[in-house]
Design a protein around this ligand. Structure first.
Ligand SMILES: Nc1ncnc2c1ncn2[C@@H]1O[C@H](COP(=O)(O)OP(=O)(O)OP(=O)(O)O)[C@@H](O)[C@H]1O
Length: 267
C-alpha cells in the first residue's frame, strides 16, 4: 500500500445506487441456451433478459460508494463483473439506467483517450490531448519532452499511433492524461502493459496526484499494481459491491476467493 500521509478531503465522487443496463438489438438467448455450461452463460446468463428481439444485460446492479480527494481506489473483480462499465459511468460515457453519479471536476484519461486519433503522430496527439485537458499550446510545448520521456516512446513520437504497440499507446495515453493534475483520474488496465520501471513511474505520479488532492481509480487484474498504488479497493462481483476497504484487505480476500475457485490469482 502507498503511504498514508495524504489527508483525505471532501467527497470527489459520489455513486448512489448505480445501475447500468445494456440494450442490444437482436437476441443472444439461443446462443446462451445452446451452451448452458459456456462462458457466455457464466458471464451474462444471470442478468440476461430478452424480449422481442432486444437483449438486456444488467451489467451494474446497484453500486454505491463515496470517494474523497486524495484517495486512490483500485477496482477488482472477475471478467464481466462490471468494473469497466462502472468506470465509464463515472466518466460520463455511459448513462446510468437508474441511480446517480456525482463527480467534482473533470474526469481524465477516458476523456483524453476519446480525443486521441490513432492515424496522427504521437506528437500531434500530445497537443490534442493536452488541449483537451485545458492546457494552453505553450504549456503543452513546455511539457512535451517530459511526456515523451515518461511514455518512453523515443522517436516513435513522430510516427502515427497506428504503428505503436498496445503498451506504447497505453503509456502515451497515461503520460498525456497526467500531464496536468486531473481532478479524477481513471486508469483502466493501462498499467498492466507497462514494464517494472513504467509501473514505478506511474506509482509515483499517482502519489503526486493524490498529494495535490486528485482522486485516482485503477481498474486492474494485477493485484500487485492495486496494492502498490491504491489506498483502498472495491471488489465488484456480478454488478454489486462485494467488499470495500483498505487495498491490502480487499485484494487479500479477492485473491483467496479466486484461488479457491480456480487456482492462483495473478499478482
Ligand atoms: N458495450 C456493451 N454492450 C453490451 N454489453 C456489454 C458492453 N460492455 C460490457 N457489456 C457486458 O456487461 C457486463 C460487464 O462488463 P464490464 O466490461 O463492465 O466488466 P469488467 O468487470 O470490466 O470485465 P473485464 O475484467 O473482462 O474487463 C458483461 O456481461 C459484458 O458482457
Amino acid at each position: 500500500m502507498t503511504d498514508g500521509e495524504v489527508v483525505l478531503g471532501d467527497p470527489s465522487v459520489v455513486v448512489d445506487d448505480l445501475h447500468v443496463t445494456y440494450r442490444i438489438l437482436g437476441t443472444r438467448r439461443k446462443a446462451v441456451e445452446a451452451a448452458p455450461q459456456g462462458r457466455m452463460r457464466k458471464l451474462v446468463g444471470r442478468s440476461l433478459g430478452s424480449t422481442g428481439g432486444v437483449t438486456e444485460i444488467h451489467a451494474v446492479r446497484g453500486v454505491s460508494f463515496v470517494a474523497r480527494h486524495g484517495e486512490s481506489i483500485g477496482i477488482v473483480g472477475t471478467n464481466g463483473s462490471g468494473k469497466s462499465t462502472t468506470l465509464q459511468a463515472l466518466a460520463g460515457l455511459i448513462q446510468p439506467s437508474q441511480g446517480s453519479v456525482y463527480v467534482a471536476g473533470i474526469p481524465s484519461l477516458l476523456g483524453v483517450s476519446a480525443v486521441l486519433v490513432r492515424k496522427l503522430t504521437g506528437a500531434r496527439n500530445i497537443m490534442i490531448g493536452g488541449l483537451a485537458l485545458g492546457l494552453t499550446k505553450d504549456e503543452v510545448e513546455e511539457r512535451f519532452d517530459e511526456i515523451v520521456e515518461f511514455a518512453d516512446i523515443g522517436d516513435f513520437v513522430h510516427l502515427p499511433m497506428t504503428t505503436y504497440s498496445a503498451g506504447m499507446a497505453a503509456r502515451l495515453r497515461f503520460a498525456i492524461s497526467t500531464a496536468a493534475v486531473p481532478d479524477v483520474l481513471m486508469i483502466d488496465e493501462a498499467l498492466a502493459t507497462g514494464d517494472a520501471a513504467f509501473r514505478e513511474r506511474s506509482r509515483q505520479r499517482v502519489d503526486e496526484i493524490r498529494r495535490q488532492a486528485g482522486t485516482v481509480f485503477v481498474v486492474s487484474h494485477s493485484l500487485a499494481s492495486i496494492k502498490a498504488m491504491c489506498t483502498r479497493a472495491i471488489w465488484i462481483d456480478k454488478g454489486l459491491v462485494r467488499m470495500d476497504g483498505p487495498a491490502e484487505d480487499v485484494t487479500a480476500a479477492y485473491h483467496e476467493h479466486t484461488r479457491a475457485r480456480s487456482g492462483p490469482a495473478k499478482g
